[in-house]
Design a protein around this ligand. Structure first.
Ligand SMILES: [Zn+2]
Length: 294
């Protein structure tokens, strides 16, 4: 089956002309040529994963950045002709998950290179990432300056084809911390730095730890309730993730990746395997704050 491909010009035309049939003005024609060129130049950068090296030439060519930025509103506005493509861009995922945190549902599009600084890419499909509202609010000002601080691009990077994350569990501090997978991406490699920056900029260290601690609590409750051995309980959770991956192979590297590495870290912890089941008795996991407001 051949895939339907939407060309840049039809997206641009829908944004500029709306639902009307008419010719472009000279100004619009020149703008179309400029933005199509920028879109193609950016794609070359994407293919080589050198997003940071893209130079916005809007000002150089005398374009008003604000005007270019505002075209995005025409793509996004409900009931506009551009909205068709906005919806198609949001649906560019197999699993409907935010392509930044891989946890939330897609509700929005995020500009990989912020449109305020890169107005030439305000409606470029390669610069638009399907994401949740929470992620969309966090990163808007990040401009990668070197290869090392480029966040992960869901379409052009290949981190999600294998394990990219790992976790360390400490039973003493009751913490689970995440880091880039060192077997696949050795420390000091560009990839290691990029994954690390992605996690930092999008506050995913915090998100994944919060999710993992809740997952661990649920796991302990389940083991206790069903009177199961903790190791067996973890192993059956891992089995479930791999079962899921039979139907959608990438799931273990995308929305299930934090969960998979959490369980793997728990299996490695001798303390958790022998004492994990008593955690709920030792600790009060959920306590109201020790303060109040008058
Ligand atoms: Zn998200």
């Amino acid at each position: 089956m051949t895939k339907k491909t939407y060309e840049f010009d039809e997206v641009f035309s829908a944004c500029i002309k709306g639902k009307k049939e008419r010719k472009f003005t000279d100004h619009e024609e020149r703008l179309n040529n400029f933005l199509r060129g920028a879109h193609k130049v950016f794609k070359v950068h994407c293919n080589y994963q050198i997003y940071h090296a893209y130079k916005d030439e809007s000002a150089l060519h005398g374009w008003n950045g604000k005007e270019l930025e505002s075209i995005y509103e025409k793509l996004r506005r409900k009931k506009s002709a551009g909205r068709f493509y906005y919806t198609k861009l949001r649906e560019m995922t197999a699993d409907g998950k935010c392509q930044i945190c891989l946890y939330g549902s897609v509700e929005s599009l995020d500009h990989y290179l912020p449109k305020e600084s890169y107005p030439s890419l305000s409606i470029s499909a390669h610069n638009l990432i399907p994401c949740c509202l929470s992620c969309n609010g966090k990163k808007s000002t990040h401009k990668p300056k070197t290869a090392n601080d480029q966040t992960i691009h869901f379409k052009f990077d290949h981190y999600y084809d294998s394990n990219w994350l790992e976790a360390q569990y400490s039973h003493n501090s009751r913490r689970i911390t995440f880091s880039p997978n060192k077997s696949n991406y050795p420390e000091n490699s560009i990839d290691h730095k990029r994954i690390s920056e992605h996690l930092r900029i999008h506050e995913l260290y915090e998100l994944y730890e919060t999710l993992a601690l809740k997952e661990i609590r649920d796991l302990v409750i389940r083991a206790n309730k069903n009177n199961l051995n903790i190791k067996t309980t973890i192993e059956s959770e891992i089995e479930l993730i791999f079962e899921n991956a039979k139907y959608y192979p990438n799931s273990k590297f995308t929305f299930n990746q934090w969960k998979l590495v959490t369980f793997e870290a728990l299996l490695k912890s001798k303390d958790f395997i022998s004492n994990g089941k008593n955690m709920l008795n030792e600790d009060n996991f959920l306590q109201p704050p020790e303060y109040d407001f008058a």
